[in-house]
Design a protein around this ligand. Structure first.
Ligand SMILES: Cc1ncc(COP(=O)(O)O)c(C=O)c1O
Length: 408
């Protein structure tokens, strides 16, 4: 008699059952992620019942609690409701989206702009719409995960060049095979290092070979440039950038993302970006908040000046204590400690001391794959509304914790 054997595949949940790293870290008291804020975000927050100085938020200009931004969001909430309940493509495009896009395009000197529901989606949609299988994408070694995922979705051939190295980019373009097009993707301010890309040299190398350039300026918008238009404005090359990409989740104190460029390019992306077409539109309160935040960015340059001052204060203070802050020149300050154990020990000491000292310090522990192995770090990000007194306390904590962990 013939017996039937049912072939059983591996249980795909087995890897979940075997995953113990987070649980072990939680039990060991050094788990650094998903901590719950028991207060509103700001320079001081409550975590685990204790006040902590926040050095892990990207609210660079301190606008998340600005009453003008909140009032604009509240007004839009009452006028338009909570959600759009449709994609931009179908029934989700509101007058306020168009208003925001007009403002954004003018802000970064481009013909047109397009708003996405997150910055991540902006990169996914933009890159995968523009680059196709036969094309090449050249990306800086340190670009953000959302850029890499956008490249994967495009199926284009991809090569990475050493960080900020325009000569290597030129060599790659020189040797590029096939007859596809070339897209260069870089950041203005690098999110984990706080350094600035040499945009004029990179743009010149790309354009000399006919390549087009996307600059993800998530951390430069609102922070750099006379009007806050970002890294390219600061370096005097805004008109040369082919597409500016930015997010609303940092200095614009909301959520969402955008791209800006020539009208024909934006219209093409509007009709080809799956991350736009197959996802619900940005809720109106977010669009309204960003319109007001953009006005403040342009009308209140003093916030940028204060941000620069407070960043310099913290950076030089840390350097004077003997910490390595890499090539940071912006409100993003990495504290480079060389390996996982040392980084976790420093993070944990600063975190646990919230119970010992008034106002502990909350930082981001950054490990691979977010950064290359060997460059594990604490990532600090500072805001224009941190006071000199906050900085003095932060430096006191770092001095004590650095000595306790033998890092300084
Ligand atoms: C450089 C860079 N690009 C894109 C993003 C994604 O932006 P969002 O948080 O709006 O999805 C981020 C933020 O995480 C970023 O740092």
């Amino acid at each position: 008699m013939h017996t039937m054997h049912t072939h059983k595949v591996m249980d795909i949940f087995a890897r979940c059952a075997e995953y113990r790293a987070a649980e072990e870290a939680r039990r060991g008291g050094y788990y650094p992620y998903f901590h719950v804020l028991e207060s509103a975000p700001g320079p001081e927050v409550v975590i685990g019942g204790k006040v902590m100085l926040m050095l892990a938020s990207n609210d660079y200009l301190g606008l998340a609690h600005d009453p003008r931004v909140q009032a604009a969001a509240a007004h839009a909430l009452h006028h338009y409701g909570t959600g759009c309940c449709s994609s931009r493509f179908l029934a989700g495009t509101l007058r306020i989206h168009e208003k925001l896009e007009t403002r954004l395009a003018a802000f970064v000197h481009k013909e047109a702009a397009l708003v996405f529901s997150t910055g991540m989606q902006a990169n996914l949609g933009l890159i995968s719409a523009l680059a196709h299988r036969q094309d090449w994408i050249f990306a800086d070694k340190l670009v953000h995960a959302s850029i890499l995922d956008g490249c994967c979705l495009s199926h284009a051939r991809m090569a990475r060049f050493p960080h900020n190295d325009a000569a290597s980019l030129a060599t790659l373009l020189e040797n590029m095979g096939g007859d596809g097009g070339a897209l260069v993707v870089i950041e203005g301010v690098y999110s984990m290092d706080g350094d600035i890309a040499p945009l004029p040299a990179l743009l010149a190398a790309a354009h000399a070979h006919g390549a087009r350039v996307i600059v993800d300026d998530a951390h430069g918008i609102g922070v750099l440039g006379a009007n806050g238009a970002g890294t390219a404005e600061e370096l005097g090359c805004l008109d040369e950038v082919d597409v500016v990409m930015g997010t609303f989740s940092k200095s614009l104190a909301a959520s969402g993302g955008f791209i800006a460029g020539a009208s024909k390019v934006i219209d093409y992306v509007r009709h080809h970006a799956r991350a736009l077409i197959f996802s619900a539109a940005l809720p109106a309160p977010m669009a309204a908040a960003v319109i007001t935040a953009l006005e403040i960015v342009q009308q209140e340059p003093a916030r940028r000046a204060r941000l620069r001052q407070v960043s310099d204060l913290l950076r030089t203070g840390l350097q004077d204590l003997g910490f390595d802050v890499g090539a940071s020149v912006t409100p993003i300050i990495p504290v480079l400690v060389g390996n996982m154990e040392r980084a976790a020990a420093l993070w944990r000491t600063l975190y646990l001391w919230r119970t010992l000292y008034a106002r502990g310090v909350f930082t981001s522990l950054v490990i691979p794959p977010a950064v290359p192995p060997g460059s594990e770090r604490l990532r600090l990000s500072i805001s224009a509304i941190h006071t000199d007194e906050h900085i003095a306390r932060i430096l006191e904590h770092f001095a004590k914790a650095g000595r306790a962990t033998h890092i300084i």
